[in-house]
Design a binder for this molecule. Structure first.
Ligand code: ARG
Length: 577
């Protein structure tokens, strides 16, 4: 049940009945911060009243007089100079909670489902994944889970960087050294080769020339180059998959749709852009001039789609790829998860695909960008020697730190069990601390803050969940079979049930705005509401059986919602800690 949506609809109908022009009938309904103002409040009336030229209080009254919340609200009142406070009927809440318990997916219905392509993780091949890939991988994966949960068709697109200059360099380097191209390479060798190849590329013009010629050969489908390319790509993919599995991220081999996939489309795209008069020749290269993007000198910016030597670029591939996602994958919405530095690149690509008519306006193109990961001193998060931190090393460290924590807490535990728990809570801590921050801001990576049982952390949440499960074990009652009513008898229960009922609102908000931290805040809030309920409302020791059963069901519903939150965040749950 999405109460906010339900009330918005009702208020909107009331506004129309009150004679307000339809375009102004999109009310702002929000949850209140304190029960003093009811459960929901309608804002924006003061502004609207000014616009129409009447008093805000009389406008609010007009709306209330037409508002039909029979059964849903017990009191609706004008507050201040034109707010409307809505008090939800507790009986109605009890019924909705019962529905949530019985219906599949906690009563969330799939309406207006879309095909949504999520472009996330997308590391470049031939290098190990580093800490910079954490945000895209984890935020993107959570969004995939949430959108799928809401019933959308989600297409995961791991747009790996498996094409372009770096392969020219690598092939040129490996070819130089016959031994290297024949032996089995490991990713770390490959990284070493890449570093050396890059060095030659920058220092030796002849080598650079050769590397560029290999890029072209590869793009033209040269068999020999393709074999080497495939070998290099497979080494990386295999290594990355291990990280995805460890991170409990839903990406798999079948989700790989790398840059190379669009190679055959590129010549046609460039020709078509030329034919449409969008792309022109400029100093030997083919360029699309975009008047809406200006450089520092105030001149219109050009996006190169084909270089002088005939090679295509990152942008050309993204143009082809966007076209493919709409035409072939039938996307209604395409979301990109990369850091904010790629924002302009994406805006330019989108401007081109729209101008060329490859993607119609109703398809939503979104960049869910994010800030950087910083260290405690607010500097970019690097190793002591200033290198980027490899993701596998970071996860190892998470495991080690969690292992110490687990052993300190319980020295009797076997090493094997401690290892299992440590892997689970270590990874969860890293993921949760990432997800609980607003993605738009830079975020400070802090082991001490994430590996604690207090505050908005994975550990606190996982611990609260295992404690909650123990209630059902102790009760010796099949709580899921109880068919008695949920009855609210006091404030703590009231606060808890309201929070439970607001689950769908939180999920919907995340799905629309791409802000997983809202689900983390919700989870934290719900856990807090449950704790206060648990502290002041005896469950198993309650004499009155209907209250006991009601409380058991409230607890059970809480556990179901928590379980769902963990699921959509990709956080593993433990039966004991
Ligand atoms: N491979 C790129 C990088 O590591 C990210 C790709 C993002 N997706 C896209 N369609 N451009 O920066």
């Amino acid at each position: 049940m999405n109460i906010q949506l339900l009330i918005s609809k009702k208020v909107s109908e009331a506004m129309i009945l009150a004679g307000i022009p339809k375009i102004n009938c999109e009310p702002q309904v929000r949850q209140t911060s304190t029960i003093k103002f009811g459960h929901y409040q309608v804002d924006g009336i003061i502004c609207l009243a000014k616009k129409i030229g009447i008093s805000s209080i009389s406008l609010a009254n007009d709306i209330i007089n037409n508002l039909d919340l029979k059964g849903i609200a017990t009191k609706v009142e004008v507050a201040g100079i034109g707010f409307i406070n809505i008090f939800i009927n507790i009986k109605w809440m009890e019924k909705q909670a019962k529905n949530m318990l019985i219906l599949p997916k906690l009563g969330i219905e799939s309406i207006h489902t879309q095909t949504i392509v999520l472009d996330y993780s997308s590391p470049n091949v031939a290098k190990e994944m580093h800490v910079g890939h954490l945000r895209s991988t984890i935020i993107g994966d959570t969004m995939a889970r949430i959108l799928e949960f809401l019933g959308h068709k989600v297409i995961r697109a791991n747009h790996i960087g498996d094409w372009g200059t770096q392969f020219g360099m690598l092939i040129a380097f490996l070819k130089q050294d016959k031994n290297k191209s024949d032996v089995e390479l490991l990713l770390k060798d490959l990284e070493d080769c890449y570093r050396k190849a890059k060095h030659y590329y920058e220092k030796d013009p002849l080598f650079a020339e050769k590397a560029r010629s290999y890029v072209l050969k590869l793009q033209k489908g040269d068999q020999d180059c393709l074999v080497m390319w495939e070998k290099i790509v497979n080494i990386s993919i295999e290594q990355n998959q291990k990280i995805y599995d460890r991170l409990n991220v839903t990406l798999s081999y079948k989700d790989i749709m790398g840059e190379s996939k669009y190679n055959d489309m590129l010549p046609g795209i460039v020709d078509d852009l030329k034919m449409r008069g969008l792309a022109v020749k400029s100093r030997g290269a083919i360029v699309v001039i975009l008047d809406e993007f200006k450089n520092k000198q105030g001149e219109a910016m050009g996006v190169i789609v084909q270089k002088k030597d005939g090679a295509y670029l990152y942008s050309t591939i993204d143009i082809a790829c966007a076209k493919y996602r709409y035409e072939k994958l039938k996307a209604d919405r395409i979301i990109y998860y990369t850091d904010s530095r790629q924002h302009q690149h994406l805006l330019q690509v989108w401007a081109i695909v729209k101008k060329a008519g490859y993607i119609p306006d109703h398809v939503s193109l979104e960049h869910h960008m994010f800030g950087m990961i910083l260290d405690k001193n607010h500097n970019p998060f690097k190793t002591r020697s200033g290198d980027t931190i490899k993701l596998s090393h970071l996860l190892d460290e998470a495991f080690e730190k969690a292992y110490i924590l687990v052993k300190n807490k319980n020295s009797n535990i076997s090493n094997e069990e401690a290892q299992n728990i440590a892997e689970s809570i270590g990874i969860s801590a890293v993921k949760y601390s990432e997800l609980s921050k607003n993605r738009m801001t830079d975020y400070v990576f802090n082991w001490d803050q994430m590996l604690t049982f207090e505050g908005n952390t994975a550990l606190y949440m996982q611990y609260a969940y295992t404690r909650l499960l123990s209630i059902f074990r102790k009760s010796r009652i099949e709580v899921n079979l109880l068919d008695t009513e949920i009855i609210i008898t006091n404030d703590k229960e009231h606060m808890l049930i309201m929070c439970i009922l607001q689950f769908e609102e939180a999920v919907t908000q995340v799905a629309n705005k791409g802000t997983p931290h809202i689900i983390c805040n919700y989870l934290y809030n719900l856990t807090g509401k449950f704790s206060s309920f648990y502290e002041s409302c005896p469950i198993l020791n309650t004499k009155n059986q209907s209250i006991k059963y009601s409380r058991l069901q409230l607890s059970f519903l809480t556990s179901k919602v928590l379980f769902q939150c963990f699921n959509i965040l990709g956080i593993k749950i433990l039966n004991s800690m």
